[in-house]
Design a binder for this molecule. Structure first.
Ligand code: UN1
Length: 501
């Protein structure tokens, strides 16, 4: 594995020799083998990088936005060329299957394309002024250095959603990746540096930087008032730590945190579509997506048909080395495996019937933590179902009335993704009406995970309220400015006020 990773690093313009001397060891979840070590930052080096980022911002913000888009276009080119290598490095470092590793890089390519187009479309609006001879306009200005905090499970795509938008918006960026996945972060930075070199001299030095380390490193960035926006993707626990710190200094925060995503299977659901949707959502990325399907709310008329078919599908899933064609790879580490076992024990104590969930020993990968994805039939949506356990556990509950299903769907602290499988038009529309799903994502006849980059991505309640990626999420990376220009020879006051002097 070490040789494989070294070769991938070389393909991605990193010198493997440099990546064996740091103080942060990186192991692959595939078999627990050591694959490199990287140097970490300390608070003073973070402060220095922030200073540099402020300088880079001052230069970058003045370049025309379409020119800034050119850099993101070049980054997209690098990603296209290196999709296989980066996808494989993602697999090696976070354990997702190769197909999903490459899919993640595809998301990066897609967001680059989207951002290039946006670089000519970050429009403000003109607003009718109530005063004669006046123009009122809204401008979107670059906001400042943007801090990006990302998690191990999407170690590269989440950075790109933020980086591509921030860069076309005129912001400099500093990225704190998960300490579990620093190699992929360094590889992305190397690809962006190549794009910068091709771009030319008008890209300032230190436009994009990486900081590596544990919480103290992140905290230094989070607390620094020069960081205009902190965009943090990860657990609700992390968001609870980051949000108030940024708010205390009146900084801006974009939080994309945990999910507890449900699929409702209605009486008219097409089960041939629902089953693959459910299985991909629940076991894809070994249940370690923030959009993973964690709850199934099944109408009692289809329950006895659906659940045995699901169990059969689960039995056919190959669990093993994610680089060798398995459908489900390992959990990220032992802590994650232990959390899964604790959650299953808690569900049993609440009356749940557990199917699967056992440890799987994979030949040649004995140092990895592989588990059979679990299905848990629950008598009710009890306490453990309301928690997000980052593992392949699918809780199944029954319902009889549509309103009951909607209440159950919304009755968890998180609000990221949701879906319904139904062929009843009324149910489908009710699911996405004002009193329907309270999530940021509400799908009909597709699963909860695998969102396209074109939509705004994020959710409500404990999910944090932020939106990344598509639609008008770019506005979070800019500051809004209202400008009124008087082109008359009078000075009328607004609201009709007379102020004679
Ligand atoms: C995440 O798990 O943090 O919708 C992001 C999806 C992916 C992104 C997941 N496009 O499943």
């Amino acid at each position: 594995m070490k040789t494989k990773v070294a070769n991938l690093l070389k393909e991605l313009y990193l010198d493997p020799a440099d990546l064996t001397v740091g103080n942060l060891d990186v192991t692959t979840p595939i078999n627990g083998e050591f694959i490199g070590s990287v140097g970490t930052d300390i608070p003073s080096s973070v402060t220095h990088k922030i200073e540099q980022s402020v300088e880079a911002f001052k230069a970058w913000r003045s370049l025309p936005a379409p020119r800034r888009g050119e850099l993101v276009r070049l980054l997209g080119d690098e990603l296209r060329t290196h999709k296989d290598a980066l996808g494989a490095l993602v697999s090696a470092e976070c354990g997702k299957i190769l197909e999903e590793g490459k899919g993640e890089v595809q998301e990066m390519i897609d967001i680059c394309e989207f951002a290039v187009g946006l670089s000519r479309a970050i429009n403000g609006q003109t607003i009718p002024s109530e005063r004669p001879g006046h123009h009122m306009r809204e401008y979107w200005q670059p906001i400042g250095p943007v801090g990006i905090i990302s998690a191990f499970n999407f170690p590269v795509a989440v950075w790109s959603w933020n980086a591509a938008l921030a860069l076309i918006c005129g912001d400099s960026i500093i990225w704190k990746p998960s300490e579990k996945t620093p190699l992929t972060a360094l590889a992305c930075q190397a690809l962006l540096e190549r794009a910068i070199a091709k771009f030319g001299d008008d890209a300032p030095a230190n436009l994009s930087q990486v900081i590596i380390g544990h919480a103290d490193v992140g905290e230094t960035m989070v607390d620094d008032e020069r960081m205009a926006l902190i965009s943090a993707t990860g657990s609700t626990r992390m968001g609870r730590a980051v949000g108030p710190r940024v708010a205390a200094r009146f900084g801006k925060c974009l939080l994309e945190l945990g999910g507890n995503n449900a699929i409702i299977v209605a009486p008219t659901a097409d089960l041939d579509m629902a089953i693959p949707g459910i299985v991909f959502g629940a076991v894809g990325t070994a249940g370690q997506r923030c959009t993973s399907t964690r709850r199934l709310i099944v109408h009692d008329s289809v329950y006895d048909n659906l659940v045995p078919r699901l169990k059969k599908a689960y039995e056919s899933i190959s669990i093993g080395d994610p680089l060798s064609g398995a459908l489900v790879g390992p959990l990220i580490d032992k802590d994650s495996f232990d959390a899964m076992q604790r959650a299953l024990d808690a569900a049993k104590a609440e009356g749940g019937a557990v199917f699967g969930g056992e440890k799987v020993t994979v030949e040649g990968c004995e140092g990895g933590y592989y588990a059979k994805p679990a299905i848990v039939e629950m008598p009710a949506q009890s306490e453990s179902v309301c928690e997000e356990t980052f593992a392949p556990i699918l809780y199944i509950m029954k319902y009889s009335e549509f309103e009951e299903a909607m209440t159950m769907q919304n009755d968890v602290p998180q609000g990221l993704s949701s879906s319904i499988f139904t062929n009843d038009m009324r149910e489908a529309e009710m699911f996405i009406c004002s009193s329907g799903s309270d999530c940021g994502i509400a799908n009909v006849n597709i699963g909860t995970s695998g969102a396209e980059i074109g939509g705004a991505f994020g959710g409500e309640k404990e999910t944090g309220g932020g939106r990344e990626s598509g639609s008008d999420a770019w506005k979070a990376y800019m500051r809004r400015q209202t400008s009124t220009v008087n082109y008359s020879r009078e000075l009328p006051l607004a609201q009709g006020i007379k102020f004679d002097i």
